[in-house]
Design a protein around this ligand. Structure first.
Ligand SMILES: Nc1ncnc2c1ncn2[C@@H]1O[C@H](COP(=O)(O)OP(=O)(O)O)[C@@H](O)[C@H]1O
Ligand SMILES: [Mg+2]
Length: 247
């Protein structure tokens, strides 16, 4: 479904992503893992076109998307969350979810504040995530975990076919972690394709169908969780102890 080919992103002399190639199969949960600085977030930025890649190609459902604008990519069914939650101050959760979901570029400036349909849809999503009680909370009063759930809600507003999650459970407590995992599984069971960056190896190993391992801007291994766990290149390059603990 998603095909990333020789993706590169250079910041001056820093080769954040340096010839990254991998695919994501439709209907699967694929994990993108790798040590800090491996280039995972930058790859997400280039795929969702938050950043312009230096070179390389990104294909979604057989169409090249690396020259489209972010909202055009969202309209084609690809949405992503950000590693650092970006909520707009002085807005309620409901307003945040609706506002962040708008994908029509400058045309949105001329739309009414919130339509009845948008409110219905957003409330349905908050209900699915079990957070209707915070719908009218100010976004700036939320706990870190509630912000993560709000981000997930905003992501779902655009009816994506594939979602890119950048550390959706990073720094949350174990209870909320289980909730987030449950939501991801439920979405996937309904047909959503998922690409997820996460540092919690135990979570990744039980959640994903496939794992892609990045180091220094490149993919060093790719396979089922079991294959990757046993891959000597991965063990050598970085994860030995952590992966054995997860097993
Ligand atoms: N905007 C930027 N300007 C310069 N260097 C950057 C920028 N964004 C990321 N980098 C560098 O690119 C490398 C990859 O970063 P990142 O994609 O955030 O890795 P990861 O998400 O895997 O931890 C790091 O060395 C980081 O310092
Ligand atoms: Mg990152």
């Amino acid at each position: 479904m998603l095909d990333v080919r020789n993706l590169c992103k250079y910041f001056g002399g820093i080769r954040a992503v340096d010839g990254c190639t991998f695919t994501v199969n439709r209907g699967e949960i694929t994990a993108l893992i790798g040590p800090n600085g491996a280039g995972k977030t930058t790859a997400f930025n280039c795929i969702s076109r938050t950043m312009q890649p230096t070179r390389g190609e990104v294909w979604l459902d057989g169409a090249r998307i690396d020259r489209l604008r972010p909202h055009q990519i969202t309209r084609r069914g690809l949405s992503r969350t950000f590693q650092i939650s970006r909520n707009l101050a002085d807005m309620t959760v409901l307003e945040n979810v609706i506002c962040q979901s708008r994908t029509r570029g400058w045309r949105d400036l001329f739309r009414p504040a919130m339509s009845a349909e948008e409110i219905d849809k957003a409330m349905g999503i908050l209900d699915f995530l079990g957070i209707t009680r915070i719908a009218h909370e100010d976004g700036s009063n939320l706990s870190f975990g509630q912000k993560k759930l709000m981000d997930l809600a905003a992501l779902l507003m655009s009816d994506p076919k594939i979602i890119l999650l950048d550390e959706p459970a990073g720094g949350v407590n174990p209870t909320l972690l289980e909730q987030i995992v449950g939501h991801i599984r439920e979405l996937n069971a309904k047909g959503m394709t998922v690409l997820i960056v996460e540092h919690n190896m135990e979570l990744i190993m039980r959640l994903s169908h496939r794992v892609v391992v990045m180091a220094q801007g490149r993919v060093i291994a790719d396979g089922t969780p079991d294959q990757v766990r046993r891959d000597p290149a991965v063990l050598d390059a970085y994860l030995g102890g952590v992966l054995e603990d997860a097993a």
